[in-house]
Design a protein around this ligand. Sequence first.
Ligand code: ADP
Length: 586
Amino acid sequence: MFHIQWIWRSTDNRHRILFVVAMFFSAISSLMLLINPYLSALLIDRVIIAQDKEPLIPILMGMLAVQLVRLMLRFAMNMMLESTSQHTLYRLRCHLFSVLQYQENSFFNKYRTGDLMTRMTGDLEYCRHCISNISYQVVDSIVMFVSTLVFFLLLNWALTLLVLIAAPLLFLIMRKYSRLVRPKFVAIRERLSELNTAAQENIAGNRVVKAFAREDYERDRFNERNKAFKEANLDVNNTWLHYYPLIEGLANFMTLITIFAGAYFIIQGRLTPGELAIFTSLSWALANPLRNFGTLINDVQRFFSSAGKVTEIYYSRPLITDRANAVSHDKESIKGHVEFKNVSFSYNKEPVLDNVSFEVRPGETLAIMGPTGSGKTTLISLLVRLYDVSGGSVLLDGCDVRDWKLQELRAAVGNATQDVFLFSDTVEGNIAFGDLAMDEESVYDSARRAAAHEFIGRMPQGYDTIIGERGVGLSGGQKQRIALARALAVKPAVLVLDDTTSALDMETEMHIQQQLGQLPFPCTKIIIAQRISSVKNADLIIVLEHGQITECGTHSELLKKRGYYWETFALQSDTGDCKEVCAHGT
Ligand code: ADP
């Protein structure tokens, strides 16, 4: 019932009315099915047996009119249902997409892309199918069954009861079938999601598959899921095939009883031949709804399992949202003063950061170093509230980030992440992603600062070159530079670079560092990097180990401490990665 209410609430009044009218038309056209058998009975009893020709033409005209009106009603019903279902689907899809937009990171950690895509396509389509098809079939079956039953009872109640002798058994069988088949439809739905996830991951990771020559393994893995999906479908089908002969047999049994008992009633003079004609020509109207009940149960169960998957997303609300009394900040007046005060954080009770405190004043540069997994990325994700702190607080311009308006907070912080994601759009579209009204000059300027202008100029259509999905067609370093240009283009008050220059050569990196030092707008920089050359000029360097700050200071101060920083420095001096640093001494 909940899922039906959900669909009902998801559409607008106009389409609700259209739906009700369509159901009304469906009911009327089903009721009209009784008229022609009734007219046939008149034809037999009055025209054929009583040899009265007078009513012949009106009866035939009546039969024709009934057919025509039914046809028109069905046509109108289909049009209305199609419009309602498409419109409702459109609204649901819009809402679902916007729900996805505002979900936090933990949501995307929980759901896999293939699964979400299945919910947005196959499951939603099944909800539409429910509106446009299942709904009227249910109404048809109920109206047809009840009206025929009443009609039969009025005509001859004794024969009707005889015809219905098998109905309770049929009902019990259907109930058992329904209970049996429900979890099987949930299983089909799960297998489909796994199948789509396997396909999606394989396509997205095709380069890795090729690089490791894992095509055969991937094919087998996909086939396994494909087989599981096929088997889940066959399982439902087999269950149906077990019950089908029983259901079909009982339905046919009803027709047989009608003929035998009807003939007996005629001999006894308790039924006219015309009335028997009504019984035989309409016995399907009792048997078919009972017979269709099985397929309808399948459809409805499938709808429930799909609707359950869609509503799970539809009603999921992000925990990270604007507080009721969130403070608004004017972008121009944001200074970029960042402060972490005794910050702790855990992923699902797994502690990652422990009592981290530091401060970066407006315009300063903070560098964060530390081994992989020490919590650097997690630390900066707390600044833009991709996650909320478990303890302590993160302040931007002296205001707790949880008190900021989320959109303003995120607009104030430019991010170029480790895992660069570029959209399948032009280079210009990608750089101007943060502000689609950005003028060309700003795009070029950001690209210049990110040392990207030159290589973009060498591309076939320059800034209008379409980049493939995820930036396919560009080198790692080129992607990083476009991502950096994208982050710079919005002129953020705080710029966060998470390993953004790791794939660049030293010369390009130096150019970028120089540019970052003379940005034409006030900007606080937070740089996560492993190269000493990337961090040595920072106003403050912190070393994070196991979620704690173990070293903190400037380049020369940290070298004196002879800890992690010094070791990294020594290592990079040996490998020559740090020639430039050594050349300038400490
Ligand atoms: P770094 O950036 O220093 O390499 P991260 O901040 O990415 O480190 O990760 C810190 C720790 O948190 C690691 O142990 C990592 O396994 C864990 N971690 C990172 N992301 C998640 C997540 N989404 N869910 C659970 N644990 C995570």
